[in-house]
Design a protein around this ligand. Structure first.
Ligand SMILES: [Zn+2]
Length: 397
């Protein structure tokens, strides 16, 4: 390609010199960059740029970011050129990028990690431009390449597995709602909320200690009465990373069933108000008057976004699990509500209404230990999911 190519390349230049303003229709005669071929080893990289005709080029070196480029004049990129962006990552160069810089200039850029010297020259028959680069690979980059062995960033799960030895032990405070003289909601068949949620909490503790690296504290281990405000205090005192309060829901309409998960907020939707009044053992009027206090507490509690995220993953885990097994599981969604038990908790904290004890079918299920185990497993999966997305699980990050 040779002589013919050489002439074709320069025809537009000559003509535009003669015709000055009419270099219009000769653009298609420009040379084409047809291929970019890198060879690399740790101390030396050679890059060959194939062009279908002779072309002039200019070289430039830039810092910040450190790069080197050549502009190849009177050329276009061949549409069949497969790789415009080639990763190198050998400690000398990061990558090579080729692009149409102007309509008649192809720019080939080398992003540099660490090079000592370089040389650019052309060879004929066929015409090509050669860039030689020498240097000492950056130790950090070299290490990174060896460690990962690929360019793709690690997924959360891979990162998690890789860092397993570095994991610290997140502390979770689990709060089984009610207890003692406070039975919570009672089902039509006589099942009491305080009994069911204590069993779910114990199962969750067992699962988390067995499956994961967690330190679990229960606010109560037996059927005893604990004031609502004491529960968040326990979580704060133990410096918990997460606080989970477990409940069963209730409605005056026996047909209502499903799953509902709450985080602390001053939201006063009809459902949130109904649920909060029951869980707080307070009247709606009292809760209405508490809103100012809640707002102040929320301002002091910087963990509101984390609480929403935590509530979201736990809720999704429960809904996914139970929708697969049972039909008609109603997803009441994620809600903010004014729950005393969450006031002042200094960590991501949520209240879970696992099922409706007031619904005969769900009451029956709640009596079944496999169902309670399933609830515990789903909550655990949600917590695990949340932990993996945060730096909470690691000593250093
Ligand atoms: Zn409750």
């Amino acid at each position: 390609m040779n002589k013919k190519g050489w002439y074709l390349c320069y025809i537009p230049v000559f003509l535009s010199l003669i015709l000055i303003s009419t270099n219009v229709s000769f653009a298609k005669k420009m040379c084409r960059v047809t291929n970019i071929r890198p060879w690399t080893n740790p101390k030396y990289t050679r890059i060959v740029i194939d062009i279908d005709g002779k072309a002039k080029f200019r070289e430039h070196r830039l810092i910040n970011p450190n790069r080197f480029y050549i502009d190849i004049l009177n050329t276009v990129i061949d549409p069949n050129l497969k790789e415009h962006n080639i990763s190198i990552n050998n400690g000398l160069l990061k990558r090579i990028r080729a692009g149409q810089n102007k309509k008649d200039v192809v720019r080939v850029v080398l992003d540099i990690d660490n090079i000592d010297k370089f040389k650019v020259f052309s060879l004929d028959d066929p015409y090509r431009i050669v860039i030689d680069v020498w240097g000492t690979p950056l130790p950090a980059t070299k290490k990174k390449v060896e460690e990962t062995g690929r360019e793709k960033p690690l997924t959360i799960k891979e990162k998690y597995a890789r860092n397993k030895s570095k994991r610290r032990t997140p502390k979770i405070v689990i709060d089984p709602g009610h207890g003692g003289k406070d039975a919570g909601a009672t089902g039509r068949g006589g099942l009491q909320e305080k009994t069911v949620v204590l069993d779910i909490a114990k199962r969750l503790k067992r699962i988390m200690e067995k499956e994961g690296n967690y330190k679990i504290v229960l606010t109560r281990e037996k059927d005893v009465y604990i004031q609502l405000e004491q529960r968040a205090f326990i979580a704060n005192e133990k410096e918990a990373d997460i606080f989970i309060s477990i409940h069963t829901n209730a409605s005056r309409q026996r047909g209502v069933n499903g799953i509902e998960t709450y985080y602390l907020s001053d939201a006063l939707s009809e459902r949130a108000l109904e649920t909060a009044a029951r869980e707080n053992m307070a009247t709606r009027q009292k809760i209405n008057s508490d809103v100012q206090f809640i707002l102040a507490d929320m301002k002091a509690n910087s963990k509101i976004n984390e609480s929403i995220q935590l509530a979201s993953v736990i809720h999704r885990s429960l809904v996914n699990k139970f929708s697969r097994t049972y039909s008609n599981i109603k997803d009441f969604g994620l809600k903010g509500g004014p729950f005393y038990v969450l006031y002042g908790a200094d960590m991501p904290s949520v209240l879970i209404e696992t099922s409706f004890i007031s619904n005969p079918a769900e009451e029956k299920r709640l009596r079944n230990k496999n169902y309670r185990e399933k609830i515990a497993h789903s909550i655990y999966a949600g917590i695990e999911d949340y932990i993996m997305k945060t730096t909470m699980a690691y000593r250093t990050e």
